[in-house]
Design a protein around this ligand. Structure first.
Ligand code: NAD
Length: 259
Protein backbone atom coordinates (compact mmCIF):
# COMPACT_ATOMS: atom_id res chain seq x y z
CA UNK A 1 0.00 0.00 0.00
CA UNK A 2 1.42 3.39 -1.03
CA UNK A 3 0.92 6.44 1.16
CA UNK A 4 -0.81 8.19 -1.73
CA UNK A 5 -2.76 5.33 -3.31
CA UNK A 6 -5.98 6.67 -4.85
CA UNK A 7 -4.82 10.31 -4.61
CA UNK A 8 -4.98 12.48 -7.73
CA UNK A 9 -3.72 15.98 -8.30
CA UNK A 10 -2.16 18.57 -10.57
CA UNK A 11 1.48 19.58 -10.60
CA UNK A 12 2.36 23.01 -11.99
CA UNK A 13 5.93 23.82 -13.00
CA UNK A 14 7.71 20.89 -14.66
CA UNK A 15 10.06 22.48 -17.20
CA UNK A 16 12.76 19.79 -17.30
CA UNK A 17 14.36 16.99 -15.27
CA UNK A 18 15.95 19.50 -12.87
CA UNK A 19 12.67 21.20 -11.97
CA UNK A 20 11.66 20.96 -8.34
CA UNK A 21 8.14 20.19 -9.60
CA UNK A 22 9.44 17.06 -11.29
CA UNK A 23 11.31 15.85 -8.17
CA UNK A 24 8.10 16.35 -6.21
CA UNK A 25 5.93 14.60 -8.81
CA UNK A 26 8.34 11.67 -9.08
CA UNK A 27 8.17 11.11 -5.31
CA UNK A 28 4.37 11.49 -5.23
CA UNK A 29 4.03 8.93 -8.05
CA UNK A 30 6.39 6.53 -6.27
CA UNK A 31 4.00 6.63 -3.32
CA UNK A 32 0.98 5.79 -5.48
CA UNK A 33 -0.36 9.22 -6.56
CA UNK A 34 -1.69 10.00 -10.04
CA UNK A 35 -0.40 13.36 -11.29
CA UNK A 36 -1.68 15.58 -14.10
CA UNK A 37 0.77 18.21 -15.32
CA UNK A 38 0.61 21.73 -16.68
CA UNK A 39 3.31 23.42 -18.73
CA UNK A 40 3.93 26.91 -20.02
CA UNK A 41 2.40 26.95 -23.54
CA UNK A 42 4.85 26.34 -26.38
CA UNK A 43 5.98 23.34 -28.41
CA UNK A 44 9.47 23.25 -26.91
CA UNK A 45 8.11 23.49 -23.36
CA UNK A 46 5.66 20.67 -24.03
CA UNK A 47 8.34 18.47 -25.58
CA UNK A 48 10.72 18.98 -22.65
CA UNK A 49 8.04 18.43 -20.02
CA UNK A 50 6.75 15.30 -21.78
CA UNK A 51 10.26 13.87 -22.17
CA UNK A 52 10.98 14.48 -18.48
CA UNK A 53 7.76 12.88 -17.28
CA UNK A 54 7.99 9.91 -19.64
CA UNK A 55 11.61 9.32 -18.63
CA UNK A 56 10.22 8.76 -15.13
CA UNK A 57 8.19 5.81 -16.40
CA UNK A 58 4.85 7.63 -16.78
CA UNK A 59 3.33 6.57 -20.09
CA UNK A 60 0.93 8.95 -21.83
CA UNK A 61 0.85 11.60 -19.06
CA UNK A 62 -2.02 14.08 -18.77
CA UNK A 63 -0.33 17.30 -19.84
CA UNK A 64 -2.16 20.58 -20.29
CA UNK A 65 -0.84 23.98 -21.43
CA UNK A 66 -1.42 26.85 -18.98
CA UNK A 67 0.09 30.29 -18.72
CA UNK A 68 -0.90 30.96 -15.12
CA UNK A 69 -0.90 34.73 -15.70
CA UNK A 70 -4.06 34.24 -17.83
CA UNK A 71 -7.37 33.56 -16.06
CA UNK A 72 -8.74 31.98 -19.23
CA UNK A 73 -5.89 29.43 -19.26
CA UNK A 74 -6.56 28.56 -15.61
CA UNK A 75 -10.29 28.15 -16.32
CA UNK A 76 -9.59 25.87 -19.28
CA UNK A 77 -7.07 23.79 -17.35
CA UNK A 78 -9.38 23.20 -14.40
CA UNK A 79 -12.34 22.38 -16.69
CA UNK A 80 -10.14 19.79 -18.44
CA UNK A 81 -8.93 18.46 -15.07
CA UNK A 82 -12.54 18.03 -13.92
CA UNK A 83 -13.26 16.03 -17.06
CA UNK A 84 -10.15 13.89 -16.67
CA UNK A 85 -10.04 13.33 -12.91
CA UNK A 86 -13.49 14.26 -11.56
CA UNK A 87 -12.19 15.18 -8.13
CA UNK A 88 -8.62 15.87 -7.03
CA UNK A 89 -6.79 15.69 -3.69
CA UNK A 90 -3.74 17.90 -4.18
CA UNK A 91 -2.13 20.70 -6.14
CA UNK A 92 1.57 21.50 -6.33
CA UNK A 93 2.41 25.13 -7.23
CA UNK A 94 6.09 25.08 -8.18
CA UNK A 95 6.53 28.08 -10.43
CA UNK A 96 7.74 31.64 -10.32
CA UNK A 97 8.86 34.34 -12.68
CA UNK A 98 10.65 37.70 -12.55
CA UNK A 99 12.55 39.61 -15.22
CA UNK A 100 16.12 38.42 -14.68
CA UNK A 101 17.57 41.87 -15.47
CA UNK A 102 16.33 42.87 -12.02
CA UNK A 103 17.57 39.74 -10.22
CA UNK A 104 21.07 41.18 -10.07
CA UNK A 105 22.91 42.47 -7.02
CA UNK A 106 22.35 46.21 -6.57
CA UNK A 107 19.27 46.53 -8.79
CA UNK A 108 16.33 46.13 -6.38
CA UNK A 109 15.88 49.88 -5.94
CA UNK A 110 15.46 50.25 -9.71
CA UNK A 111 12.67 47.65 -10.03
CA UNK A 112 10.07 49.14 -12.42
CA UNK A 113 6.34 48.92 -11.67
CA UNK A 114 5.62 46.44 -14.47
CA UNK A 115 8.48 44.11 -13.41
CA UNK A 116 7.24 44.23 -9.80
CA UNK A 117 3.60 43.55 -10.78
CA UNK A 118 4.49 40.67 -13.09
CA UNK A 119 6.71 38.99 -10.47
CA UNK A 120 4.02 39.29 -7.78
CA UNK A 121 1.27 38.20 -10.15
CA UNK A 122 2.93 35.05 -11.49
CA UNK A 123 4.84 34.05 -8.36
CA UNK A 124 2.27 34.84 -5.65
CA UNK A 125 -1.22 35.76 -6.87
CA UNK A 126 -1.48 32.62 -9.00
CA UNK A 127 -1.57 30.52 -5.83
CA UNK A 128 -4.82 32.30 -4.95
CA UNK A 129 -6.23 31.87 -8.48
CA UNK A 130 -5.29 28.20 -8.50
CA UNK A 131 -6.63 27.52 -4.99
CA UNK A 132 -9.93 29.18 -5.86
CA UNK A 133 -10.42 26.80 -8.80
CA UNK A 134 -8.90 23.71 -7.16
CA UNK A 135 -11.21 23.89 -4.11
CA UNK A 136 -14.20 23.21 -6.38
CA UNK A 137 -12.63 19.88 -7.33
CA UNK A 138 -11.83 18.95 -3.71
CA UNK A 139 -15.15 17.94 -2.10
CA UNK A 140 -13.29 15.58 0.25
CA UNK A 141 -10.63 18.11 1.24
CA UNK A 142 -7.07 18.19 -0.02
CA UNK A 143 -3.58 19.60 0.21
CA UNK A 144 -2.15 22.55 -1.69
CA UNK A 145 1.60 23.05 -1.64
CA UNK A 146 3.66 25.99 -2.93
CA UNK A 147 7.41 26.50 -3.14
CA UNK A 148 9.10 29.31 -1.24
CA UNK A 149 12.62 30.43 -0.36
CA UNK A 150 14.38 32.08 2.59
CA UNK A 151 14.61 35.34 0.59
CA UNK A 152 10.98 35.86 1.69
CA UNK A 153 12.22 36.68 5.19
CA UNK A 154 15.80 37.89 4.91
CA UNK A 155 17.70 39.85 2.29
CA UNK A 156 19.46 37.51 -0.11
CA UNK A 157 21.67 39.53 -2.47
CA UNK A 158 20.30 39.35 -6.03
CA UNK A 159 16.97 37.75 -5.05
CA UNK A 160 15.37 41.20 -5.00
CA UNK A 161 11.76 41.40 -6.22
CA UNK A 162 11.47 37.61 -6.00
CA UNK A 163 12.02 37.89 -2.24
CA UNK A 164 9.08 40.28 -2.04
CA UNK A 165 6.99 37.88 -4.15
CA UNK A 166 7.88 34.94 -1.88
CA UNK A 167 6.89 36.99 1.19
CA UNK A 168 3.52 37.58 -0.49
CA UNK A 169 3.26 33.89 -1.39
CA UNK A 170 3.81 32.86 2.24
CA UNK A 171 1.22 35.39 3.43
CA UNK A 172 -1.27 34.17 0.80
CA UNK A 173 -0.70 30.63 2.10
CA UNK A 174 -1.73 31.62 5.62
CA UNK A 175 -4.87 33.46 4.44
CA UNK A 176 -5.85 30.60 2.15
CA UNK A 177 -5.25 28.06 4.92
CA UNK A 178 -7.50 30.03 7.28
CA UNK A 179 -10.34 30.20 4.77
CA UNK A 180 -10.10 26.73 3.27
CA UNK A 181 -9.57 24.83 6.52
CA UNK A 182 -13.32 24.44 7.03
CA UNK A 183 -13.40 22.52 3.71
CA UNK A 184 -10.58 20.29 5.01
CA UNK A 185 -8.19 21.81 2.49
CA UNK A 186 -4.70 22.39 3.85
CA UNK A 187 -2.31 24.96 2.34
CA UNK A 188 1.42 25.03 3.08
CA UNK A 189 4.70 26.27 1.67
CA UNK A 190 7.96 24.39 1.54
CA UNK A 191 11.03 26.61 1.73
CA UNK A 192 13.83 24.91 -0.17
CA UNK A 193 17.53 25.68 -0.02
CA UNK A 194 19.21 26.53 -3.35
CA UNK A 195 18.84 23.84 -6.07
CA UNK A 196 20.50 23.96 -9.51
CA UNK A 197 17.46 24.56 -11.74
CA UNK A 198 16.82 26.82 -14.73
CA UNK A 199 15.13 29.47 -12.59
CA UNK A 200 17.86 29.47 -9.94
CA UNK A 201 20.49 30.19 -12.59
CA UNK A 202 18.73 33.51 -13.35
CA UNK A 203 19.46 34.80 -9.85
CA UNK A 204 22.67 36.86 -9.62
CA UNK A 205 25.29 35.49 -7.19
CA UNK A 206 23.81 31.98 -7.07
CA UNK A 207 27.20 30.23 -7.06
CA UNK A 208 28.27 32.16 -3.95
CA UNK A 209 25.02 31.09 -2.33
CA UNK A 210 25.83 27.40 -2.87
CA UNK A 211 29.34 27.89 -1.42
CA UNK A 212 28.02 29.80 1.57
CA UNK A 213 25.36 27.21 2.43
CA UNK A 214 27.96 24.45 2.25
CA UNK A 215 30.17 26.32 4.72
CA UNK A 216 27.51 27.54 7.14
CA UNK A 217 24.46 25.22 7.13
CA UNK A 218 24.30 22.80 10.09
CA UNK A 219 24.50 19.81 7.70
CA UNK A 220 27.52 21.45 5.92
CA UNK A 221 26.08 20.78 2.49
CA UNK A 222 23.47 21.90 0.01
CA UNK A 223 20.25 19.95 -0.30
CA UNK A 224 19.49 17.39 -2.97
CA UNK A 225 16.31 18.27 -4.90
CA UNK A 226 15.03 14.78 -4.15
CA UNK A 227 14.86 15.82 -0.47
CA UNK A 228 12.29 18.45 -1.44
CA UNK A 229 10.29 15.72 -3.18
CA UNK A 230 10.37 13.48 -0.11
CA UNK A 231 9.16 16.27 2.17
CA UNK A 232 6.41 17.09 -0.34
CA UNK A 233 5.11 13.52 0.10
CA UNK A 234 4.71 14.28 3.81
CA UNK A 235 2.92 17.59 3.15
CA UNK A 236 0.61 16.16 0.48
CA UNK A 237 -0.21 12.96 2.36
CA UNK A 238 -2.25 12.36 5.49
CA UNK A 239 0.99 12.12 7.47
CA UNK A 240 0.67 15.92 7.80
CA UNK A 241 -3.11 15.94 8.37
CA UNK A 242 -2.80 18.43 11.24
CA UNK A 243 -0.48 20.86 9.44
CA UNK A 244 -1.73 23.92 7.57
CA UNK A 245 -0.69 27.54 7.01
CA UNK A 246 2.90 26.45 7.67
CA UNK A 247 6.23 27.07 6.00
CA UNK A 248 8.50 24.04 6.25
CA UNK A 249 12.23 24.40 5.54
CA UNK A 250 14.21 21.84 3.55
CA UNK A 251 17.48 23.73 3.60
CA UNK A 252 20.02 21.62 5.53
CA UNK A 253 19.13 23.83 8.52
CA UNK A 254 20.54 27.02 6.99
CA UNK A 255 17.66 29.22 8.22
CA UNK A 256 18.50 28.46 11.85
CA UNK A 257 21.95 30.05 11.68
CA UNK A 258 22.36 33.69 12.73
CA UNK A 259 25.92 34.10 11.52
P1 NAD B 1 12.18 25.75 -12.93
O1 NAD B 1 12.69 26.77 -13.90
O2 NAD B 1 12.47 24.34 -13.24
O3 NAD B 1 10.62 25.92 -12.73
C1 NAD B 1 9.95 27.15 -12.83
C2 NAD B 1 8.65 26.86 -13.55
O4 NAD B 1 7.84 28.04 -13.59
C3 NAD B 1 8.88 26.42 -15.00
O5 NAD B 1 8.23 25.20 -15.24
C4 NAD B 1 8.21 27.54 -15.79
O6 NAD B 1 7.65 27.11 -17.03
C5 NAD B 1 7.13 27.97 -14.82
N1 NAD B 1 6.52 29.26 -15.15
C6 NAD B 1 7.08 30.49 -15.15
N2 NAD B 1 6.18 31.40 -15.57
C7 NAD B 1 5.03 30.72 -15.82
C8 NAD B 1 3.73 31.10 -16.28
N3 NAD B 1 3.43 32.36 -16.58
N4 NAD B 1 2.79 30.13 -16.43
C9 NAD B 1 3.06 28.84 -16.15
N5 NAD B 1 4.26 28.42 -15.71
C10 NAD B 1 5.24 29.36 -15.56
O7 NAD B 1 12.80 26.19 -11.51
P2 NAD B 1 12.56 25.64 -10.04
O8 NAD B 1 13.76 26.07 -9.29
O9 NAD B 1 12.18 24.22 -10.07
O10 NAD B 1 11.35 26.53 -9.52
C11 NAD B 1 10.17 25.98 -8.98
C12 NAD B 1 9.73 26.74 -7.74
O11 NAD B 1 10.68 26.52 -6.69
C13 NAD B 1 9.67 28.26 -7.92
O12 NAD B 1 8.58 28.76 -7.16
C14 NAD B 1 10.96 28.71 -7.28
O13 NAD B 1 10.93 30.05 -6.85
C15 NAD B 1 11.03 27.76 -6.12
N6 NAD B 1 12.31 27.62 -5.44
C16 NAD B 1 13.43 27.32 -6.14
C17 NAD B 1 14.65 27.19 -5.48
C18 NAD B 1 15.91 26.88 -6.23
O14 NAD B 1 17.00 27.11 -5.69
N7 NAD B 1 15.82 26.36 -7.44
C19 NAD B 1 14.71 27.36 -4.08
C20 NAD B 1 13.54 27.64 -3.39
C21 NAD B 1 12.35 27.77 -4.08
Amino acid sequence: MGLLDGRKGIVFGVANERSIAWHIARNLIEHGAVCGFSYLPGEKMERRARKTIESGGVTDPWLHPCDVSRDSDLDTLFAAAREQFGTIHFVVHSLAFANKDYLQIGRFVQTPRDVFSQALDISAFTLVGIANRARLLMPDGGSILAMSYYGAEKVIPGYNVMGVAKAALEACTRYLAAELGSQRIRVNTLSAGPCRTLSAMAVGGIDEMFDWVEKKAPLRRNIDTDEVGKTAVYLISELSSGVTGENLYVDAGYNTIGL
